[in-house]
Structure formats: C-alpha cells, structure tokens
Write a protein that binds this ligand. Structure first.
Ligand code: FAD
Ligand code: SF4
Length: 468
C-alpha cells in the first residue's frame, strides 16, 4: 500500500479532503493532471490568460463533444475544437480555484430543498439534498476561517442563518463605483451587500494580502491573497508532512478487485511513464465532467459499465450554476460587408445601435444601420461634443438626424478625477480625443481630430433616398 488515501484532482473539491486527512495523520497522495504553479508563475496578460490555453488544455489535444438540439436535424454533436466552446477551467495544482474571482457565497437553506420548494421540472431529475443547511452550517463557518474569507454581514431579507456574527476578515477595499450602486439600490429599495471574497485584505494565515492587481477572476494570484485550494489548503497539507502532491499526473483508470473495491489508480506521470498508486481509499475530485469520465473509463467485473454506474446514472444528473453574460460587437461606418453579414444573421431590415460614441447612419443597399453615438463619450473628432440622434416619422419612412450635445464637460471630467476614475478618459471628455484607438479600424483612426458633420438621412425600409 502506497498511502492511506489517494485524492485525484487538487481543486476546490480535492484540497479540503487532502488537508483535513493529512492534518489528522493519514498519509495522502494527491494526483493532479496539471503543473504545480506558484505565485511567481502567475502573470497578468489578458490575451494569454483569457483567450489562449495558458492554464487549460489545448482543445485540439483534449476536446469535449457537445450535443445540441437543432430542430429539424435533431441532436447534432460537435467537438469543442470546432465549436470553440471550452469547458476546461484550470488544470494545475489547486485547479480552477486558482483562477476564481473568489466570490464566496453560501448556499441558501432553500437550495437544499429545490424539489420541495419549486416542484419538478419535466425531463429533469431534481431531488432535495439528503442533508439540510443547518447540518452544513458549522462547516461553512470552518471553511471561512481556514480559507480566509473577507466580507461584512449586513441585514438582508435573504441572509442565511450563521453561527458566527461576521466573516473572519474585514472586506477588501471597494472600487469607488460601488458606492453609486449602494446609493442607487437604497433609492430603489434593493438590498446591496458587500460580496464575501476568498481574498485576504492584509497579510495573514502565512499569505500576503491583496495588492489590488485588478486582474483577479481568470488570473492566478501573485501574492497568495486569493484563497485557492493550493494557496490556502494544499501548501498547509504539505507542511503537515503527510501529503505528497504529484503534479503532471494524469489518472486514466481506477482499478478494482473482484469484490468491486478500488485498489489502485493508474496514471501517466510527467515523463509519460505509466504508474500506479495503491491506497485504502480513493477520492475522485476532477470536477463534474472529468470525474464522470474517469468513472466511465474504469469498468470492472462488478461494474461493467463503469465505476458506480450500475444504474446508468453517472454523468446524467449534472447541475450547473448558470451565469449570465453579455457581449457586444463593434460596427463602424463604411464597413458595409460586416454590416450586411450581421443584418443577414439577424434577418433584419435595420439595426439601431449606440456603441462607442461614433455617430453614423449607413444604408447597406436598402437596409439601415444607425449608430446614435453615445451620450457621455466624445466622437474622437477633437471636440468635446457627445452625440444623440432624433428619429422622426417622415413621409413613407423616417428622418434621422444627428445632434451634438452641449453639456458641462469640464465639470464631468473634474468629477471623474475626484472619483478616482481613469484619468485618460477624464482628459477625453475635455479634448474629445480617445486615449486608445486599438479597437478602431484604420479608416476610423485616420478621421481622428476631424470635426464631424453627420448629415440627415431619410430611410424608408428597402427604398433608400439618401445616404451620408
Ligand atoms: C475564471 C473562473 C472564475 C471563477 N470564479 C468563482 C467565484 O468567484 N466563486 C466561486 O464559488 N466559484 C468560482 N469559479 C468556480 C470554481 O473555481 C469551481 O467551481 C471549483 O474550483 C470546482 O472545484 P472542483 O474541485 O470540482 O474542480 P477544479 O477546482 O477545477 O479541480 C479539478 C482538478 O482536477 C484535475 N483533473 C481533472 N482530470 C484529472 C485526471 N484525470 N487526473 C488527475 N487530475 C485531474 C484538474 O486538472 C483540476 O486541477 C470560477 C471558475 C473559473 C474558471
Ligand atoms: S492580488 Fe488581489 S486582486 Fe490581484 S489576483 Fe490576488 S487577490 Fe486578486
């Protein structure tokens, strides 16, 4: 036997198990597929961290397959290297928790009773949890202390019951804009709360405090302030002397004996050699999808369809905590090909947008693309004017006119500076020039500092009379 317990996957699921058992005196081996990066290895390159596979796997080398229901065609399967969806979240010691934003909410009591509170959903397999919030509460409390959670408990109609009055650490500093949210929420009778964060506001627990790098979610933390499984738990587990972490160790099968009991984990080590770890107990914590994959890849004589899968349920009852996101595309004057393609995609006669402060109205053959400009950002034309537009009925269509907005830009710029908002944008309000033109196509860059004179346009759907 190589150890008492073998933990596979070292993220938010595996880390607490490894720490608790190692500190209780059990010998623990952690097998982690990714490398062991530390504070010195993390950097703040937006493209590398958020757009390229710096901390996740190359989709050509390891892909998932997503099936989507597509009306007439039925279920259509596409590999993720083709769809460019990416479900990898962070492959390294500490897992995705290295990259988390550290928002550290507890579940609410209702979350444990989804079926009884909200009823069944057709086609889904919802069940209440076998435990309730009260049973878990002491552990939430413990985790907040071990990981080092900062925040402030405030009165809130949905505040879950707590055995401790407050979080162990005071909240981290807030961006000045947070006050505006709080004031607006108060006016609207909404309840804003300081979000609990797994971020230390100052040096504690053997880790440095937050240095407000501003690049937090999706980035590794270079100070140790972020309470990742690695920084907060596994480093401590190693200090106990009972925890052996093996990075670059990809487990590909769990081997079981004739009684069905798992006896060994087979893995590829960093040098590509096939190795095994034998243990009394195995904990599989590879995140939901990879955990299911490993179980399904591990059939045995007592479970021919995969480990723990004699009822065919492995991988079938995933519950995701969904998020919302918004994206926008920038479309500029004159680039008619782009706009035509977007109008086709939307199947629309016209689009009315408002991004970026650049007002224009284009007719793409007989279709309309109207950009009102934006109140608040000058048009990069060397004047502090911001723009709005008026659309009025006009015969068989509408008349569209662009208008400069006079406002006290000097006062607005002073207020931005006083609020600590970016100085470059405060200057833009005064001189009307953008501090950064990387987002602009070359044709638009050449128009910098040339005062705009957008003309009026009459548009009748599908029959243009004049373009600017
Ligand atoms: C950018 C980002 C921001 C986030 N922000 C928040 C937040 O603010 N608040 C919050 O609560 N959650 C947040 N999350 C989600 C949170 O990080 C995850 O829910 C959590 O880490 C999941 O824990 P886990 O142990 O299941 O998986 P992970 O933490 O991903 O750990 C799984 C580990 O298993 C390893 N592994 C996989 N397969 C194998 C194998 N076959 N052999 C060996 N090792 C394997 C992986 O390499 C990985 O290290 C965020 C996630 C991301 C990516
Ligand atoms: S220093 Fe602070 S803001 Fe930067 S990554 Fe670490 S916790 Fe996040």
């Amino acid at each position: 036997m190589d150890c008492d317990v073998c933990v596979i996957g070292s993220g938010a699921g595996g880390g607490p198990v490894a720490l608790t058992l190692a500190e209780a005196g059990y010998s623990v081996v952690v097998l982690e597929k990714g490398p062991w990066l530390t504070e010195q290895d993390f950097f703040k390159d937006e493209i590398a961290c958020c757009r390229r596979n710096t901390y996740t796997l190359n989709l050509q080398e390891e892909f998932h397959v997503v099936e989507e229901y597509n009306g007439k065609k039925g279920w259509v399967a596409r590999p993720t290297y083709d769809s460019s969806w990416d479900f990898w979240n962070g492959n390294m010691v500490g897992g995705s928790s290295n990259l988390m934003s550290g928002f550290f909410h507890r579940l609410k009591p209702k979350d444990f009773r989804l079926l009884s509170e909200f009823g069944p959903i057709e086609g889904a397999n919802i069940a209440d949890w076998p435990i309730d919030y009260d049973e878990l509460e002491p552990y939430y409390s413990k985790v907040e202390h071990v990981v080092g959670i900062s925040g402030r408990v405030v009165d809130h109609p949905n505040q879950e019951p707590r055995s401790t009055a407050d979080f162990p650490f005071a909240p981290t500093a807030e961006h000045p804009i947070a006050n505006w949210f709080d004031e607006t929420c108060q006016r609207e009778r909404l309840h804003s709360i300081p979000v609990p964060r797994a971020i230390l506001p100052h040096r504690a627990l053997g880790r440095d405090g937050c240095q407000y790098s501003g690049y937090c979610g999706s980035y590794g933390c270079s100070t140790g302030a972020k309470g990742s499984s690695r920084a907060a738990l596994l480093n401590r587990a190693v200090v106990s002397g009972n925890c052996d972490i093996r990075p670059d160790s990809h487990v590909y099968r769990l081997d079981s004996d004739a009684s069905g009991r798992v006896v060994a984990a087979s893995y590829y080590a960093a040098n590509g050699s096939a190795e095994t770890v034998r243990a009394q107990i195995f904990v599989v914590a590879c995140q939901a999808i990879e955990t299911s994959r490993l179980l399904l890849l591990s059939p045995g004589s007592r479970h021919p369809h995969g480990l723990a899968n004699n009822h065919g349920q492995v991988g079938r009852n995933l519950l995701f905590s969904a998020g919302g996101a918004g994206t926008g595309s920038f479309f500029y004057a004159r680039l008619d090909q782009d706009k035509a393609a977007e109008l086709d995609r939307l199947d629309a006669d016209g689009v009315i947008g408002g991004h970026s402060g650049l007002p224009f109205t284009d007719l793409v053959e007989d279709r309309l693309w109207h950009n009102a400009g934006s109140v608040g950002l000058p048009a990069n034309d060397g004047t502090p004017r911001a723009w709005f537009s008026v659309l009025a009925p006009d015969g068989d269509g509408i008349a569209i006119t662009h208008h400069p907005l006079d406002y006290d830009h000097a006062r607005a710029a002073a207020k931005m500076r006083a609020a600590g908002l970016p100085a470059a944008y405060a200057r833009t309000l005064e001189d009307g020039l953008w501090p950064d033109m990387r987002v602009l196509p070359e044709a638009e860059r050449r128009l910098r500092a040339r005062p705009l004179t957008p003309g009026a346009v009459h548009w009748s759907a599908r029959r243009p009379r004049a373009a600017r």
